[in-house]
Design a protein around this ligand. Structure first.
Ligand code: ATP
Ligand code: MG
Length: 579
């Protein structure tokens, strides 16, 4: 198809939008791919829509190739199925809720596990029907707390979500492996640099779960990797616990007056100057952070004590992931006032146990380890408080920060940190939704078999921004061939009849050869046209200018910047070979 810039619905901008912070957002707005309508809500203009459709097509082809069947659900959904799984409540403020004229509750679908499970239940009944995998490419709605970076984190966005339905755990593993491989093919075709990290399951509940993260310094997700190939979300990193030790023969706990030591640093300095006959490090102190948690649907907050070695902070994201779907918040002054047994800066396991506060600790705090910690009295600490002898935590929790240099849990070396953007998620849901929806197949012995599900998502609209994030330069976007809005951007660089006629003819021939051609036939200066061509990012730019007189055009590779003179006679063959 031949598209003329003179009539294309496109206005490029010279300035970055005021709210744009990341390159993809700036460039997609400046090059006229998307326009903001409201926070996290964007329109797709012709160029953007072409790229979005191309990404969809790659995703669709790879899903079809693993035997997944495409269907399409409404975005406007009734409350009941989400009530049945508890997610109407769990989602809290993160979903858009609305009422119809009869005052019935609806929501705009944030993800569709419930509908898929119900639909399969409605159509299938025998074990012979399974396994089946269904998918859709659909608009999702989430009232994100922080919509950001344009279409990277929208409140309306396009997702490919698929769901596998299997009779057995082995079947689920197979469906999962197929999706994982399909996702690798999708992201490879899109030319992305990415890692696959093990993830926490978050609000979904279930077992195996991995995320695909596109590597980008602007990414919101921090992940860690080791030289031996371990990669994980920070939320999923597990701490290797040291072996438990014998408590026999350890010195008894002693309380000390430690004036003005509300922080770990002041405490360690004080102890080392107190003539106790040994030196202390922050890693030997036990810091107790008090938070409050609220399970979905609960009205009251519950106190929770979190103990971590004093040389580490509590990482709120790790803590939230560990406690999900419960909400977590730090205590405020009013909470401390309400619970006078909590002596700020000097909280120890003793007062927590005495007052029935659940106490969870970092896995490094094993029986037989001795700690310096708060004595539940202002300006007092206790030394040699031994886990398993003087206090007994209720459970362990992964809440301490992960640091570069920490050992990978699989022994594959020290961890280093990098940033990424989540582009896909594969997840073995198991039977959670099948249980909620009573999704069974009738087995060969006429007994019901509970179905096990997998859920798999790709951020289709986000991918447009992620590709832009990884593929641009200071002049503009640079699309990979799989998703470029056009194969060739043909610039008419000159006003003479000869140049215009030559360019028009070349455009018509390229079009006839099956290429998508964008012809810049505007009455603008060559400088303006070149700048727009660089900004728009079609990978092959052809300049039809003075060279036409001697029968040549110039072909510029947008990515490398390399220019070649090509005889007009060879142009179609060469460009369609490239295209
Ligand atoms: P995130 O951690 O980025 O909020 P998520 O874990 O909530 O994502 P999933 O529910 O796993 O996302 O959704 C599947 C895919 O949909 C994600 O991998 C991501 O690529 C995409 N996605 C999720 N939320 C958004 C959003 N607000 N805007 C654009 N794409 C999104
Ligand atoms: Mg996810």
């Amino acid at each position: 198809m031949l598209t003329r810039m003179s009539s294309l619905f496109l206005r490029t901008l010279r300035e970055d939008p005021a709210d744009a912070e990341v390159p993809s957002h700036k460039l997609l707005a400046r090059a006229g791919y998307v326009r903001r309508v409201a926070p996290g809500i964007y329109s797709w203009l012709p160029l953007g829509l072409r790229v979005l459709r191309a990404v969809e097509q790659v995703v669709r082809e790879e899903m079809d190739a693993i035997g997944a069947q495409e269907i399409h659900f409404p975005a406007l959904l009734p409350r009941e199925p989400y009530e049945a799984t508890g997610r109407w409540t769990e989602y809290g403020p993160n979903i858009f809720r609305l009422k119809d004229r009869k005052n019935a509750d609806y929501l705009l679908g944030p993800t569709h596990e419930e509908l898929f499970a119900l639909t399969v239940k409605g159509e299938y009944s025998s074990y012979k029907d399974y396994p089946v995998t269904l998918y859709q490419i659909q608009t999702k709605y989430r009232d994100e707390a922080r919509p950001r970076a344009g279409i990277l984190r929208g409140r309306e966005f396009v997702m490919k979500d698929s769901y596998s339905f299997d009779l057995t755990d082995e079947g689920l593993s197979e469906s999962y492996a197929k999706h994982r491989a399909a996702y690798q093919r999708i992201f490879d075709r899109l030319g992305l640099e990415y890692v696959i990290v093990s993830a926490t399951s978050g609000a979904m509940g279930g077992s195996a779960s991995e995320e695909f993260l596109a590597i980008a310094p602007t990414g919101e997700d921090t992940f860690v990797q080791s030289p031996g190939g371990y990669a994980a979300n920070v939320e999923a990193v597990t701490t290797t616990a040291p072996p438990a030790r014998d408590v026999d023969g350890l010195p008894a706990a002693q309380a000390h007056h430690t004036p003005n030591t509300p922080t770990i640093e002041t405490l360690v300095d004080f102890l080392n100057g107190a003539g106790l006959g040994r030196t202390f490090t922050a890693a030997e102190t036990l810091k107790n952070v008090l938070v409050k948690t609220k399970t979905p649907g609960a009205t009251e907050w519950t106190l929770l004590g979190v103990g971590v070695p004093g040389d580490r902070e509590v990482d709120m994201k790790r803590l939230e992931a560990a406690l999900s779907p419960a909400e977590v918040a730090l205590l405020d002054e009013a909470d401390f006032a309400r619970h006078p047994f909590l002596v700020k800066g000097y909280i120890g396991p003793g007062a927590l146990a005495a007052n029935g506060v659940r106490y969870v600790v970092d896995p490094r705090i094993v029986p037989g380890t001795a700690w310096v910690t708060g004595a539940d009295k202002a300006d007092h600490h206790v030394v040699d408080l031994v886990c398993g002898r003087d206090f007994t935590p209720d459970a362990t929790i992964e809440a301490a920060e992960v640091r570069e240099g920490d050992p990978a849990p699989d022994g594959s070396g020290p961890l280093s940190a990098a940033r990424g953007i989540e582009i896909g998620h594969v997840f073995q849901l198991g039977r959670k939704y099948a249980d909620a929806m009573q999704l069974d197949a009738l087995g060969p012995d006429s007994k019901p078999i509970r179905i096990t599900m997998g859920s798999y998502g790709v951020g289709v609209s986000r991918l447009v921004a992620v590709i832009a994030e990884q593929s641009h330069d200071e002049h503009g976007l640079v699309w990979p061939k799989e998703v470029t809005p056009f194969d060739v951007h043909l610039v008419i660089a000159g006003k003479s009849e000869e140049i215009v006629a030559g360019a028009e003819q070349l455009a018509a021939e390229l079009d006839a050869a099956g290429l998508q051609v964008l012809l810049d036939d505007r009455k603008a200066s060559p400088g303006v046209k070149f700048a727009d061509a660089e900004l728009i990012g079609v990978p092959t730019i052809v300049v039809a200018g003075r060279g036409l007189a001697s029968g040549t055009i110039e072909v510029k590779d947008r990515r490398s910047g390399e220019r070649t003179e090509v005889p007009l006679a060879d142009a179609v063959a060469q460009l369609s070979g490239r295209g």
